[in-house]
Design a protein around this ligand. Structure first.
Ligand code: ATP
Ligand code: MG
Length: 171
């Protein structure tokens, strides 16, 4: 059966390559619930695409995440999250505050993710080989997300689009 469960509160971890549509999905949650890594990069460096700012940006993101989960506020992490160690860090925080974690896979085909980079500014475009690596990492991780510690594993699809849009309209 299709798992459409998103508990409240929850830590919702979006997982997908650059250009897969994570931020588009994230926009179906209230904006204050979404922590977008690009925004934290911009906050610490004035440049959302500056990869050298990632470690500092992730540290600030984590401290906001801790503050929110301490208050039991549903939080969405809008970042690629295709690397296991990145997810493990997020799962640790959720566990320590007793908040269930939900993996939300945005599994748009790799070719589409790559094509979408072409319409971005050069500063924001992610190289094709990086996009393909992220896509492969996400696909490889999918069967293991439950064992990693996610209480629910959801795949972005029309059912969720409809549900999330209805939630936005009614919420
Ligand atoms: P990044 O990791 O680089 O931030 P992302 O996963 O957040 O990427 P988005 O910015 O949400 O990706 O989407 C990439 C592009 O694809 C955007 O131009 C968006 O408008 C478009 N897009 C997203 N979802 C869809 C969809 N379901 N149908 C058509 N276009 C879409
Ligand atoms: Mg995005």
């Amino acid at each position: 059966p299709l798992d459409t469960t998103i508990p409240d509160p929850a830590l919702i971890v979006l997982i997908g390559a650059a250009g897969s549509g994570k931020s588009t999905w994230a926009s179906t949650w209230p904006s204050t619930q979404v922590l977008e890594l690009d925004q934290f990069r911009a906050m610490v460096s004035d440049d959302a695409g500056d990869q050298t700012a990632t470690v500092s940006a992730a540290a600030v993101l984590h401290s906001v995440l801790e503050a929110r989960l301490a208050r039991k506020r549903t939080t969405v992490i809008d970042a690629t999250n295709t690397e296991a160690h990145v997810r493990a860090g997020l799962l640790d925080v959720a566990r320590s505050y007793g908040v269930p974690a939900v993996a939300f896979l945005v599994s748009t085909p790799a070719d589409v993710c790559v094509q979408r980079q072409a319409s971005r500014s050069p500063a924001r475009a992610v190289p094709a080989d990086v996009v393909r690596r992220q896509h492969a990492e996400a696909a490889a991780a999918a069967p293991h997300l439950h064992d990693e510690g996610f209480a629910h594993v959801l795949c972005a699809d029309r059912t969720h689009r409809l549900e999330l849009l209805l939630r936005r309209v009614s919420g």
